[in-house]
Design a protein around this ligand. Sequence first.
Ligand SMILES: C[S@@+](CC[C@H](N)C(=O)[O-])C[C@H]1O[C@@H](n2cnc3c(N)ncnc32)[C@H](O)[C@@H]1O
Length: 267
Amino acid sequence: MVTLHIEICFVHVYRKGIAEMQSLFYFILIHKKVVKKFVCKLFCRYVCTIKLNTHMATKQLCKYEERVKVFCYEKAVEKQTAREFVLNHIPSDCARVLTLSADTFSFENMVLNSRFSKNPVIDAYEYDKEIYKKGKKRFDKLKQKHQELNFYLGDIFSVDFKQYDFINLDLCGSFTVELVNRLIASLQGFKGTIFITMTKNVRNTLLRKHFDIYGAKNMADFRDNVFPSMLKDYCNLDMFVEPYQYKNKSLNTNSTEMILFGFKNVA
Ligand SMILES: C[S@@+](CC[C@H](N)C(=O)[O-])C[C@H]1O[C@@H](n2cnc3c(N)ncnc32)[C@H](O)[C@@H]1O
């Protein structure tokens, strides 16, 4: 009851100004103990709300990151093993590599420090301005040591894929009809090797409403049959290695399961 009264007084003071302040002041004097308790309670509630909001913001951010595919698993051990899997398939005579480095250059660093006696030129792309800005600082340092590394702000699909021997298309995973179209268009006439990362499960892909366009029954059918057939039929690319599957569960048990496809022109 007292709590309610104080709350009403606060609302009045807020609405009507200083006149009500006096009555509130007298009330506080009379009910010192209760007011003290109330202030403590109010403070606790305030702290709890902040804590809850922060927690929710973090959770929402993670969900958001998953949804819009902002990359948040750079440090996962599973991701590192997947990078090694891709690295092991770079041909030794490779001269030009195209990648999506994000701001970390984890994969690019591996290529630059790998078994290659003559390192290939690596062109890394990032289309997100903020990620690019962050990455540019790291890149400037790397560039002093590795002249063969380049970093561009831009859409990787605006690049002519035919200039490259090896492409690591480490997209954030979720496929759309538009992305599939751009991928097929970009890979026409490509003569090298490409690795493509895709989300494995249907609930994570925006393609799920459009399987009929491709004549696919479901995600598994699209992923395992239709997609490889499309790359074969339209781009003359063969799946040359068993797809590699991973889930960054060391960082998040609910993380999306990913699948890595390797295609190569065998004509
Ligand atoms: C999964 S991360 C790359 C991770 C990195 N390869 C590694 O091994 O840690 C994908 C990055 O590519 C960027 N990206 C996605 N699609 C792109 C596009 N079409 N053009 C340029 N950058 C793109 C995203 O913003 C994101 O930073």
